[in-house]
Ligand binder design. Structure first.
Ligand SMILES: [Zn+2]
Length: 151
């Protein structure tokens, strides 16, 4: 993601403080042939910060279907982007909680393709450090997040 998008994540976390922030990141997924090994590059292009006063971002997402539908409609129809990451913050640390893990598994197996293989991006609200995690074929992996000046 570029630094403008990264700053939007930070602003989202700051405005939600002391509660956990959450939001959705839209963009493209590119397949890259790296010396015969396929890699996936998720390119973030648009971020929606979502106001939440619930502990779980997924519970929030499920209970605000109207707003969610509008956000998805805009991203898909207007901007031709797909959902690439579910973002939220933790008061300290970036590692997924037990609830996060069960939500990751739930979304990956819920049957809705739009929610499969999402990056769970978690920001530490204390130092704004960002890490990303993904379930791929039911395997849990940490991904590399690159902050770019330009694409
Ligand atoms: Zn969490």
């Amino acid at each position: 993601m570029n630094h403008i998008l990264f700053n939007q994540l930070i602003e989202c976390v700051k405005s939600a403080s002391p509660n956990e922030a959450c939001g959705l990141l839209f963009g493209d997924v590119k397949e890259i042939d790296y010396k015969g090994e396929y890699q996936y590059q998720y390119v973030g292009k648009k971020f929606n910060c979502i106001e939440s006063n619930q502990k779980s971002p997924v519970a929030f997402l499920m209970s605000n279907l109207e707003e969610l539908n509008r956000i998805f409609h805009d991203a898909f129809q207007k901007d031709k982007l797909r959902l690439i990451s579910i973002f939220h913050s933790h008061p300290g640390g970036t590692y997924p909680s037990e609830i996060d893990f069960s939500n990751m598994r739930f979304l990956d197996n819920c049957g809705n393709k739009a929610f499969k293989n999402q990056i769970w991006a978690i920001m530490n609200a204390r130092n704004m450090k960002l890490n990303g995690y993904i379930l791929y074929n039911n395997e849990f992996m940490q991904i590399k997040i690159q902050k770019l000046k330009h694409y």
